[in-house]
Design a protein around this ligand. Sequence first.
Ligand code: ADP
Length: 546
Amino acid sequence: MLGLMQQRPLLISTLLNYAETWHGDREIVSRDADGKFHRTTYAEVAGRARRLANALHGLGVAAGTPVATLAWNGFRHFELYYGVTGAGRVLHTVNPRLFPEQLRYILNHAEDGVVFFDPIFAALVEQLSPHLPLVRAWVALCDRADMPAVAVDNLLCYEELLAEAQPDYDWPKFDENTASTLCYTSGTTGNPKGVLYSHRSTVLHAMGACAVDNLAFSGRDTILVVVPLFHANAWSIPFAAAMCGAKLVLPGPKLDPESLYLLMEQEGCTKAGGIPTIWLTFLAWIETHRERLDLSKLKLKSVFSGGTAPPRVIIEKFHDLLGVFLLQAWGMTETSPIATTGSPLAKHDLADRERMVTMQIKQGRQVYGIELKLVGKNGENLPHDGSAVGELKVRGNWVISGYFKNEGGQVTDENGWFGTGDVATIDPDGYVQLTDRLKDVIKSGGEWISSIEIENLTVSHPDVFEAAVIAIAHPTWQERPLLLVQLKPGRQPDKQSILNFLSDKIAKWWMPDDVIFVESLPHTATGKLLKTELREKYHGHLAVHG
Ligand code: ADP
């Protein structure tokens, strides 16, 4: 017997409708590349998103086709999130930090016909346009007065487009499984692959994100969105915030610590989300300027961090300096992205700082809607005992079933499990702890050494800014760890001081065979350590020096 409840399609337009109706005056504050502030509301965003939907019709963008953005976090980008998807088109957020060849590949592969771009990317647009025969229109996200000089065919002005478009538009009703947004993985190996989300997956993921043991959004929150809108749906923040009418603060390209602090203080941010590197620099700045800051003005309660493992010091300093809880989230573009969050359990109610930090350093527990399992080298299921190490597999309502245009073919097994390429443990409470990426694992004498754990410990050394551990070929042990260290400015510890620091914290056979001090470490466009480049560069290092 079937239940007798209504079935309404889970469409992204319903999120905006809700925010417009019940939280219409809640603000979306943004800052542009020049530092100028702009204030709008959910009601205004909804009105402009409807005009945008009409403008897309006018531009001849057919339903179901992708529309690209090359833009930072600003109110116009936010409007695109809703105007494009609500109208049944697909929002393709492109990461402008990718290499030009990757950008060309991605925009051609997605067959984007219209590209919306921030004026700050004018030079990039000019460089790309001759290679993008399918792009019919370039729309600068500004008004007439700020139009950049770009030598491209059919350059349009966003504000004019909106002003000329009809204001009335009824958000169409369609199948909730219709495609809504498209994000490409950064493709550190091989070509980037597209992940095509649906309205249903997006709304379910946003509902999950709002839950208290997840990102815990509420209508009383003011959320600073440091994670770029072009990175994996900005972790669902633009959608989850509308679902509860939270105020949003969009920092534009100014992500330096002082600018972020200013926004937090001025706008009364209660939550903020970004990658660990942002928080590392932010905390270092606070420490340096502590004397002149009135930290009591901050309303910040929690910060969520994902993308890479946050070093222990970040968690500790947020707690000690600001009384802020760092909530870790783990996921991938392929998982929308939120799959686990590091929220405490009842057993942590009385936990002291040390026990709490030990929990927070893990990548978190799976949220409802996601299933995780750990699989050994021969495909066998491994126990959740906190010590068995294997590959994480994932499935759920907001997990990929295949890449866009079937790149890579079948990516799940017959039971829907998707191999994440992440190596981890899962403890009896369900907390996942990543030890490595499969491709970065260090296989020494038949055992695995966790590069993430050594990196994390090294960064606790007072002189170290960032660290990377890579596998280096070794004649006896197959591979051995090599530690690359970027020091804080003005610090000069020697190798031995770093090794001594590690010696009582890790097993002897985990100790790096050498330490190399470097000016800086290379990162991918999403802020991850670019280990492929490091492996190429230091290939054979120990054979020569070891
Ligand atoms: P890319 O496009 O760079 O592959 P994703 O943003 O999809 O990017 O990255 C997903 C990967 O990022 C995960 O598979 C994992 O290795 C890493 N990652 C994500 N969150 C965390 C975290 N909290 N701690 C450690 N690593 C993480």
